[in-house]
Every structure is written in C-alpha cells, then in structure tokens.
Write a protein that binds this ligand. Structure first.
Ligand code: GTP
Ligand code: MG
Length: 373
C-alpha cells in the first residue's frame, strides 16, 4: 500500500529534519509498504521549508507543499489530503505533528491496524495505556479530558475516547475519498472532530491504539486561543445538523407550550372548567405549531399541492387531537381525584405534554412530513 504521512509545519525548523530521519528508519520496519512524507508548510519564517528541500535531494519519498500563508491546522490538512489523494495516489493517509509529541515509533502500530482491516485508526490518549503529559497545567488537562467526554455524549459516538487526537491513519478508498473536504467545519484544530464524525457516519471501522502524548520537543506551541470555543461550536453544529428537524420541532414545541400553558391558565381562572380550558388551549396551540412546523421545522419537506396540504392538515388535526384529548381526560381525572388545585392540574397537564411530544414528533416525521425517499 502507498502510505502518505501528512505533517503540517509552522516554525518547526528544529524538528522537521530529525523527524523525517527517524521516520525513514521506521519505514524500514514495514518493507511491504511504500511510505512517503508530505510536509504542508505554512510559510514559516524560520526556514522550515529549506530543511525539507534539503531532505528531498537525497530522499525521493519526501514531498513539500507550500501554503501561501499560515491558514490554520484544518486548512493545512485539507490541502495535504487533496495532494496525497490526487497527486501521490495514497491508499492510506497518516496525520502527524512535527514536534515529536507523537512518537514516530507509534506510526507502524497505526499502520498494522489498517493492515488488520480497520479503516480509521486513532492514536488515542484516553484509552487504556494512553496518556497526556503530567506536566500540562490543570486547565489544559481539564479541557482536554472534559472536551472529549462532552464530544462523546453530544455526538453519541461511544466507541471513541479521543476526539481530538492529531495522530491517525485513514483509509482513502471508500472513506477519505468520499469526504467533502471543502465543507469541513473548521479551518483550525476543530477540523479533527468534524472529520472523525464524518468518518464514523461513512461507516468506517474505527480502532483506537493507545499512545503516550509527549511534550513538544523543541520550538513553540501554535495552539490557537480559540480552539476550545471552536471545538464546542463544531460539536454543537454537527449535532444540530444531524437533528435539525427535531431541534426545530422542540423550539416550536416551546413556543406552542408558552401559548398553550398561558391560555390554559387564563381560561381556567376566568371562564372555563380546567377540563375544557385544557381542550381549548391545546387546540389554539395546535394551529400555531402546524404553521411553524410546515414552514420551518419540516420546511425542507414542506407539503406541496393543495390536495396534499388539505390531507396533511386533516391528519395533523386528527393526530394532534389525540394527545390533547388524552391530556384533557388526564387533567379531568386528576382534579376530580386529587382536588382542583394549580399544582394538581398543572402536573397532569405536564405529563400530558410529554406524551404529546413523543406522539407528535413520531406522527409528524414518519407520516405527515416524511419527505421523499
Ligand atoms: N501548516 C500549518 N501547520 C500548523 C499550523 N498550526 C500548527 N501547525 C503544525 O501542526 C502541528 C500541531 O501544532 P502544535 O503547535 O504542536 O499544537 P499542539 O500539539 O496542540 O500544541 P503543543 O502541545 O503546544 O505542541 C505542528 O506540527 C505545527 O507545526 C498552521 O496554521 N499551518
Ligand atoms: Mg504539538
């Protein structure tokens, strides 16, 4: 297999020459593969590019890609991925830092798992046997560990423990070649989370290999100050894009709830019995939510055609009426059993709403706005 190690650099003159030398030695350990190094240079002022050019004279498997300006880690990788796929015809792409935080000796361990049939192999700091540097300040440790737990829960990917590792091997065929690289959500560090999420969605067989993440050997950190905020934005955006309709449906639900609950209480106190107030407020809220759902939550699957609209509306009223009816019965039963107090009626009312939420989303998304297949 042709394996291209993509290494982004910015002011890594003290590291890049030594790193390529060590990697060349590692390549000899797996003679069955054709290894290449592709340095994506962010136009460093410290002469990093010249060191790479020097190495290229005696090593045909070292390549240099020059960026016009330093544009962030994500941008550098996208540039490198394209070159590795289109020009170098890579079968496997490895992502790796230039500063020896990733032990070059671990590289073949990632490749071995690709050989074992995995498509996406992550050098993981947060799996058994992996670690982050003891020396890191508490804050960096906290955000690194916390950020990973947060990503795991929000994205619902439970077989991964390290979402922001920069040491990975990816299979090109069927995976990297199917990613829309121009739609990556971050130009910076957070591109990693987006890429991982998309590989997971493509059905990549993922394997975590424990690594000990070292301290930067020499040179200065290029960590951007906004990494944390940017990562948070990417995680939330990915979740939102996945469940756009549901998130919007919930917002519509909140709007409906405000209309419903206030009207319910106004009517209950003024002119109607609790039972009838629940009926009337539910009906008004239903009309409001139908309009918002059709033009916003399920806007992409908006009902077209007059006949379809009428039919959709009739099904909507009929199905939405079921939880309202159930709720009204529930409130009636609760107040006659436990007494007509605000606490009793509102508790029964709330239980009814939860039932309605589940019922409605199911009917709306599976029947009324099921969309075209
Ligand atoms: N081309 C390019 N390379 C970058 C850019 N930002 C960082 N790099 C390189 O990407 C790798 C990772 O960056 P680091 O600064 O080591 O980030 P880090 O490992 O999270 O932080 P430290 O622990 O402080 O090293 C290094 O090889 C950098 O030289 C960039 O904007 N463009
Ligand atoms: Mg580093």
């Amino acid at each position: 297999m042709k394996i291209v190690i993509v290494i982004p650099t910015y002011n890594e003159a003290e590291n890049i020459g030594r790193l390529t030398d060590v990697l060349q030695q590692e390549f000899l350990k797996r003679p069955q593969h054709d290894f290449h190094i592709l340095v994506v240079e962010g136009n460093s002022p410290d002469g990093t590019a010249n060191i790479v050019r020097e190495k290229m004279k005696s090593n045909l498997n070292v390549h240099l890609l020059m960026e016009k300006v330093k544009a962030g880690l994500g941008a550098a990788y996208v540039y490198g991925f394209r070159e590795a796929m289109n020009e170098l015809k890579a079968d496997v792409i490895v992502e790796m830092d230039a500063d020896f935080q990733h032990d070059p000796k671990d590289m073949v361990r990632l490749i071995d798992e690709i050989d074992n049939g995995y498509d996406y192999v992550i050098g993981s700091r947060f799996t058994k046997g992996g670690s982050i540097p003891e020396e890191w300040a508490f804050k960096r440790k906290f955000f690194s560990v916390g950020g990973n737990i947060f990503s795991k829960l929000v994205l619902g990917i439970f077989n991964v423990n390290d979402f922001t590792s920069g040491f990975k091997a990816s299979r090109v065929k069927g995976f990297v070649d199917r990613l829309s690289l121009d739609k990556i959500l971050s130009q910076g560090f957070a591109y990693k989370i987006d890429l991982l999420f998309k590989m997971h969605r493509l059905g990549a067989k993922i394997k975590e290999v424990p690594i000990k993440f070292g301290l930067r050997d020499r040179g200065d950190s290029k960590m951007e100050k906004n990494n944390l905020r940017d990562s948070l934005r990417v995680v939330v955006l990915l979740r939102y894009n996945e469940n756009k309709s549901f998130v919007k449906f919930l917002f519509v639900g909140v709007a409906g709830f405000i209309v419903d609950a206030s009207l319910f209480n106004i009517l209950r106190i003024s002119i109607l019995s609790s039972r009838n107030a629940a009926l009337a407020s539910g009906f008004v809220a239903m009309m409001v939510t139908f309009l918002l759902n059709n033009y916003w939550s399920f806007g992409e699957r908006k009902i077209e055609g007059v006949k379809e609209k009428v039919l959709g509306f009739v099904i909507y009223i009929t199905s939405s009426f079921i939880p309202i009816f159930v709720r009204s019965k529930l409130v009636g039963f609760a107040v006659s059993t436990f007494g007509d107090t605000a606490l009793v009626s509102n508790t029964a009312f709330l239980i009814g709403i939860i039932f309605g939420l589940i019922w409605n989303f199911t009917v709306y998304s599976k029947i009324i706005w099921k969309g075209k297949k």
